[in-house]
Design a protein around this ligand. Structure first.
Ligand code: PLP
Length: 641
């Protein structure tokens, strides 16, 4: 890392001030905190005693470094997964009791949200007391579910388009006692299911996915509505009912399903969709279908931005509101129609898994914008406003009551001088000096604790992080979804600088473009001045849902190391669960044969030796280095390792 000395600490600054600045309480859902020593902590329950135990992420990084486990790594917190599963079930049970609801609640976890075996095994383990099941969207996910599920009371819900072999596998599994429901995504699936069920000799449990007219909110709201890709519209749905009725098999139809979209940020929209689906449910009852389950799909949102609003990266409700709204709405509709309350199922994915993982990476290099010292007095031709600006910044810190006024003056004078420059009435030297004074003024105001100044400081540094946005944060790259990003240590120091985090890929999209700083999201992040020879480590949080399995290998950066963090009898245990990809593995995914690569490198070395360009031993060194790099991690080693 580039080196320089740290700035003097403003007396007002504290770990608590950093907690507010990085909005830890807002997005952390009570799981994350800043300790007074300036280290970010996750609160995990002790697996033996249940006691809440704060665990410093920086101390985990130090231990992993000593264990030679390189950055970047994913930290997984199984306890947070367990707590989200518990919270979901307790909230539904409370809502059912509060509303005197006649049906029961059963959740299923959609495997697509994080397909890693370790995750699915933990979900099944933590969900066992609640008969928590799994949702699959493909044949391969069904294989994962059948290979993991143990509980015959837990639902396995088969969504997604199905061919004969998918259907056969599901029907045979039904015979073993696994509680499988085959959900029709397309009308044509019905015929195949009925035929294969006849051959296999099983009465299938069927569900049907209805395409609601009510569109969802947020990034993924277009899953539903008239143009939504999935499910049957109402005429198709009735056609299925009629066909089953005609064959005397309407009793097979047990479940009505809909999925409005992911990250639904508005409770009103969730309520409206539930009402529409409940209306379809009761009408189908009237048609003679003895449905038992209403499956309300996924969509429970996560407050990534911590704004508690209906913005796309947030949500305007909490978990009890969500459960209460669904239970109450379905009850109202069922009561009005005189139909028994359906058992409720949800397929919440991100709401369960997001908190489970954090990506931790080190900064490899910083491109720091160093401002040369301003030399006063200025040349005669300098505009008088520039001296006025300098004089005003000199008053910062003397009297806090004038800070608001100074801030607006600095902002106003800066744009006035920029305007004069455009009109040709200010030289480039005058503009440069005024810009320096402005930046120093904003930094000084920020150091004095002025929140607006902290946010108004222009970004000046580029931090090169040891990670890939394409591999580890695909939804940020593809959809500009905001994730909480912040340093995990030095939080008791004032972040005197402002920066933008870039990744290792040589791509203009390979950077974090928005940060959790204010309602609108910010294009830069308050950061600390770099210290030569010391690690500067960041975390990206709430990445347990979708990010791990959607990532791609842009620039051939592969999967990262993944470490499970648990507390047992007061001791923090760290277990390397997945080793990050080696270069050879990543190249292998793209069909490179490593023998062929090595042979070519040997040829290059031999020819260089014959030409005399390589001295004795250099060919072996070259080939050795190549082989080492092939066997090594795809990410970079920092100078401090
Ligand atoms: N169910 C279905 C059918 C889905 O397609 C999805 C994902 O979009 C989910 C559940 C999970 O949604 P979420 O992660 O928003 O809860």
């Amino acid at each position: 890392m580039n080196g320089s000395t740290t700035q003097a600490q403003p007396p007002q600054w504290s770990a608590h001030a950093s907690e507010e600045l990085y909005k830890v309480k807002n997005w952390g859902a009570g799981f994350f905190d800043v300790a007074s020593n300036g280290e970010l902590e996750v609160s995990l329950r002790d697996a033996a005693t249940g006691a809440p135990t704060p665990v410093s992420l920086a101390s985990i990084s130090r231990r992993l470094k000593a264990m030679k486990i390189g950055m970047p790594f994913i930290l997984r917190f199984p306890d947070l997964l367990a707590r989200r599963i518990e919270d979901l079930h307790h909230s539904f049970h409370a809502a059912i009791a509060d509303h005197d609801y006649g049906g029961r609640y059963r959740g299923v976890f959609p495997i697509k949200v994080n397909q890693k075996q370790e995750v699915i095994e933990e979900i099944v383990r933590f969900g066992a007391p609640y008969n928590y099941g799994l949702e699959v969207g493909s044949k391969c996910e069904l294989l994962a579910a059948l290979g993991t599920i143990e509980d015959f009371e837990a639902h396995v819900i088969c969504n997604g388009y199905k061919d004969e072999s998918y259907i056969d596998l599901a029907l045979l599994a039904m015979k073993t006692g696994v509680d499988i429901t085959l959900v029709l995504e397309m009308p044509s699936e019905l015929e195949i299911i009925l035929q294969r069920a006849e051959v296999i000799g099983v009465s299938p449990r069927l569900g049907v996915r209805v395409r609601l007219s009510m569109k969802g909110s947020g990034y993924w709201g277009t899953t539903s509505g008239d143009t939504g890709l999935f499910g049957l519209n109402v005429p198709q749905l009735l056609n299925v009912v009629d066909k089953l009725k005609a064959q005397g098999k309407l009793g097979y139809l047990k479940m009505l399903h809909f999925h409005q979209g992911s990250q639904l940020c508005e409770l009103d929209g969730i309520r409206q969709a539930a009402r529409e689906a409940a209306r379809v449910y009761v009408e189908l009852h009237g048609e003679g279908a003895a449905l038992e389950y209403l499956n309300l799909g996924g969509g429970l949102a996560v407050d990534y931005e911590g704004t508690n609003s209906n913005s796309n990266g947030s949500k305007d409700y909490d978990l009890p509101d969500y459960c209460g709204a669904l239970v109450e709405t379905v009850k109202e509709v069922a009561d009005a129609a005189g139909v028994p309350h359906p058992n409720l199922i949800t397929e919440s994915g991100r709401g369960i898994a997001a908190y489970y993982s954090a990506l931790v990476f080190n900064i490899l290099d910083v491109s720091e914008f160093k401002i040369p010292k301003i030399s006063d007095p200025f040349p005669d031709y300098f505009h008088p406003r520039i001296s006025e600006m300098l004089e005003a910044t000199g008053r910062i810190g003397s009297d806090e009551s004038i800070h608001d006024h100074l801030l607006s003056q600095l902002l106003m004078w800066r744009s006035e001088l920029q305007e004069l420059f455009s009109l040709g009435e200010l030289s480039i030297r005058e503009l440069s000096t005024s810009e320096q004074i402005y930046r120093e003024g904003m930094t000084a105001l920020g150091a004095a604790g002025h929140e607006q100044a902290i946010e108004a400081r222009p970004p000046i540094d580029f931090l090169y992080g040891n990670f890939s946005v394409f591999q580890s944060l695909p939804d940020h790259w593809a959809l500009q979804q905001i994730f909480p990003v912040m340093p995990i240590h030095r939080l008791d120091e004032f972040p005197s600088r402002v920066g933008i985090i870039a990744d290792l890929t040589c791509d203009c999209d390979g950077q974090i473009k928005s940060y959790v700083q204010n309602e609108a999201g910010s294009s830069s992040l308050p950061i600390h001045e770099s210290i030569a020879g010391e690690d500067y480590i960041f975390g990206i949080f709430l990445v347990g849902a979708y990010q791990e399995t959607l990532g791609d290998m842009h620039n051939l950066f592969g999967d990262t190391n993944a470490v499970s963090v648990e507390v047992l009898d007061g001791e923090v245990s760290l277990e390397l669960r997945t080793e990050g990809d080696t270069a050879q593995e990543v190249l292998g995914y793209l069909d490179y044969e490593h023998q062929k690569l090595i042979q070519n490198v040997i040829r290059l070395g031999t020819e260089a030796e014959l030409r005399g360009d390589f001295v004795a031993g250099e060919r072996e060194r070259f080939v050795g280095k190549f082989a080492d790099a092939l066997a090594g991690y795809t990410y970079l080693h920092s100078a401090t390792e």
